[in-house]
Structure formats: structure tokens, C-alpha cells
Design a binder for this molecule. Structure first.
Ligand SMILES: Nc1ncnc2c1ncn2[C@@H]1O[C@H](COP(=O)(O)OP(=O)(O)O)[C@@H](O)[C@H]1O
Ligand SMILES: [Mg+2]
Length: 395
């Protein structure tokens, strides 16, 4: 079932990079201290925070710093099961417990015996299963579906919630007694915006992580790119930052990640230069970030895009750029190729020229050849790669 992840720690040879983390902002350091303090205890822990803030990472760290570290760490995403299945998934079943229950199957609680179970999205657990979970917490035993015999269980529960459990308790959607049992220790993970001191160190950390994975050389982040990262709103928190860096690395070229190669899903709104309102009307900034650097305005319509393009060409003229025609064509090819995730056929479609023309230009630019194969080239399967001599451009 896709909802569950394998046991932690991973077997030798598997990626264990989730042990690494960045908590640089002072508020994150405070959280880290709390995590280290409560990790060795046996107390159940409730971790709250928006999605992508690092709740699972913290749960793993809690396990790793506890006496249970040599036992299993089992992740169960409570929201991923239908109500009918969640029971059997968590507690297991005996042969014939329900139609299709062939043989005995242990559940995730038994699998986590001696270790930690991480119940992610606990707010999604149906009320009937909440009753059963309460029983596990009180009695330290489970009964498999279709079984009678209680099985003793020694498991530490770390639960995570994205919804407001207090409110759910008031609305009678979450059992109050279960809430009290889980909420012995509460750790709250702030959104990325609330801990701006983590943003750039996290970006550098992910750059290193993904450069290693992609076999790239070490990359540098420019001050302008840092500024953009600091201004972005990050509604998807650390996960969004991670994906942004990964995507930007796939599309960047050279050893520098600059403002133009950052592929932000949610750029900061303060990047468009606008006339300043009178001083007394300026709202206090929510966070103390550096003043925005001047950037090209975000382009909202095709005519605005063309205006920006005309403006860029005029600037190149004023700068007396050498080989203007060729350099504009080359930039066009390169940018569209990256935009199309290195798919030659997509590039040709978007440019409205033949695939052969695109390929010939890309070979001339050194973007495709027999020695450099981009990680995403495998998707482009409509012609053999690298190009063979018979694949010459047609007139
Ligand atoms: N402080 C951090 N340092 C390094 N990576 C982090 C940190 N916080 C989160 N991540 C990474 O961000 C991604 C999302 O984190 P995760 O723990 O799954 O968030 P949540 O469980 O809150 O949705 C994961 O890939 C995780 O490794
Ligand atoms: Mg998660």
C-alpha cells in the first residue's frame, strides 16, 4: 500500500540522508533543543505544523535519539486508507476476518514493536479507529481483526497533525481522551516564512544534496538569487523549497544558480517596482527582509511579454552586443530547450520548426552530443540519442 513507508533505519546501502537537517534560524534552534530534550523519554508526542514543514523529519530524529533507535520506525499516513482498510492496516487481521483476508497478516503496530510508529495526518483517522487507538494507548496491546487474543505491543507513538485538533475536539470529530493521551508533549513546527533564517541555508543544503545526486559539480548561489528566495512566500514550506532547488538545478547551466535560473512556483509579490506610497501608508513588513532588488516585472500577458522582449533587444542594441542575431537565436534555443525539460520534440513544437532543425542547432550549441547526456533526455524517445550520422538536418 502506497500509504506506508518501509521500516527505518533503512537497510545498509539505502539513502540515509534524512538524518541530515538544517535548523539555523534561532526559532528553529529552540525547536531542535526541545526535540533533543524529549527524544529520550517514552512520552507520546504530537507534532503540529503545516504540510512540508518537516514533521516527519523530526519524528525520525526523535526515534533516532531515543533508546528505541535500533528498533523499527514505521510511518503510517492515516489519511491514505479507506475507513474499511485502516483497521486491518494498523492492527492486522486473522485468516478469514473479512472477504479476501487470506492468511494472517500483522498490522503496522505489530511491525513497529520495539520501535516508534509515526501516525501522520492523525486528524484524518476515522472515529471508530480513534477508539481502537485509544485502547492501544491505554492497554498497550492490540487485537487483530477477526482475532480474540490481545497481543502486547511496546511502541512509542509520534503523531502529526496539520489540522487544528483543539477545534476538531470541540466539533466532536476527534476524541478528547485520545487527544489528551497523544498531546503529552507537543512540538510545533513553524512555517518556513516564520523562520527566514533557515531559507538560504536550506537552499544551499538542497543544492549540495541534488548536485551530488545528479552528478553535478558544486554550485554557487548568487546574492540576487538568495534575495529572491528570501522574498518568496513558500506556501509549501521546506518541501516546496526542496522541489524548487531540484527543478532549478535540472534546468540550470554552469556552476552558478542565479536569479534567472531559479524556478520559483510562488515568487514574492514585492519584486515589481511600483511607485512608493506616502511614507505613513507603508505597512510594517511582516518580516525584516532586505529591500527588494530591481527585477524584470512578472509578465502577465502575451503583449506584455513581447514588450519585455522588445525592451531586452533594445538593451542589447544599446550595449552593442556582438553577433546579436546569432546570440538571440542561441538564447532562444537554449531557453526553450530548458523550458521543455530537454525534450527536443517539445522544443520543436513550441518553436514551430522541425525537429531536425532543433537538433542540428542544439548540436552546434553543444547542448546535445554523444558525451553529455542530460538526466531528462531519456524522456525524449522519438529519435535515437545520441544523434546518429544518418539523422542529419533535412534541407
Ligand atoms: N530542517 C530541515 N532540514 C533539511 N531538510 C528538511 C528540513 N525540514 C524538512 N526537510 C525536508 O523537506 C521535505 C518535507 O519534510 P517532511 O518532514 O516530509 O514534512 P511534513 O511531514 O511536515 O510534511 C523532506 O524531504 C524533508 O527531508
Ligand atoms: Mg508529511
Amino acid at each position: 500500500m502506497a500509504a506506508t513507508l518501509p521500516i527505518w533505519p533503512p537497510p545498509p546501502g539505502q539513502d540515509s540522508s534524512a538524518f541530515d537537517w538544517i535548523f539555523e534560524d534561532p526559532r528553529s534552534k529552540t525547536l531542535l533543543t526541545e526535540v533533543e530534550q524529549v527524544a529520550p523519554s517514552h512520552a507520546n508526542i504530537l507534532i503540529t505544523g503545516e504540510t512540508g514543514t518537516g514533521k516527519e523529519l523530526i519524528a525520525r530524529h526523535l526515534h533516532d535519539r531515543s533508546a528505541r533507535r535500533n528498533g523499527p520506525f514505521v510511518v503510517v499516513s492515516c489519511g491514505a486508507f479507506s475507513e474499511a482498510l485502516v483497521d486491518a492496516e494498523l492492527f492486522g487481521h486473522e485468516n478469514g476476518a473479512f472477504a479476501g483476508a487470506f492468511g494472517t497478516q500483522i498490522g503496522w503496530f505489530e511491525a513497529a514493536h520495539g520501535g516508534t510508529i509515526f501516525l501522520d495526518e492523525i486528524n484524518d483517522l476515522p472515529l471508530t479507529v480513534q477508539n481502537k487507538l485509544l485502547r492501544v494507548l491505554q492497554e498497550h496491546e492490540i487485537v487483530r481483526l477477526g482475532g480474540r487474543k490481545p497481543i502486547p505491543i511496546d511502541v512509542r507513538i509520534v503523531a502529526a497533525a496539520t489540522a487544528d485538533l483543539d477545534e476538531m475536539v470541540q466539533q466532536k470529530r476527534f476524541r478528547k481522551d485520545l487527544y489528551y493521551r497523544l498531546n503529552v508533549v507537543r512540538l510545533h513546527v513553524l512555517t518556513l516564512r516564520e523562520r527566514p533564517g533557515d531559507i538560504v541555508p536550506l537552499a544551499r543544503y538542497f543544492m549540495e544534496l541534488y548536485s551530488r545526486k545528479l552528478g553535478y559539480a558544486r554550485l554557487r548561489l548568487t546574492p540576487q538569487a538568495e534575495q529572491l528566495l528570501m522574498q518568496a512566500p513558500w506556501p509549501g514550506n521546506v518541501r516546496e523549497l526542496e522541489n524548487t532547488i531540484h527543478r532549478s538545478l535540472l534546468l540550470c547551466d554552469g556552476d552558478v544558480l542565479d536569479a534567472s535560473s531559479l524556478r520559483l512556483l510562488h515568487p514574492g509579490s514585492s519584486t515589481v517596482a511600483a511607485p512608493s506610497p506616502p511614507a505613513q501608508q507603508v505597512p510594517a513588513p511582516a518580516l525584516s527582509v532586505q529591500p527588494p532588488i530591481p527585477l524584470l516585472p512578472t509578465v502577465h500577458s502575451e503583449s506584455a511579454a513581447h514588450a519585455a522582449l522588445r525592451h531586452a533587444i533594445r538593451q542589447l542594441c544599446e550595449a552593442n552586443a556582438a553577433d546579436l542575431y546569432q546570440s538571440v537565436e542561441d538564447t532562444l534555443l537554449r531557453e526553450v530547450f530548458r523550458y521543455c525539460h530537454y525534450s527536443q520534440s517539445e522544443t520543436a513544437r513550441l518553436l514551430g520548426v522541425s525537429r531536425n532543425i532543433v537538433r542540428a542547432r542544439l548540436i552546434r550549441l553543444g547542448e546535445v552530443n554523444g558525451t553529455r547526456k542530460h538526466p531528462t533526455d531519456a524522456d525524449d524517445t522519438d529519435l535515437p540519442y545520441p544523434p546518429t550520422p544518418s539523422d542529419k538536418e533535412t534541407p
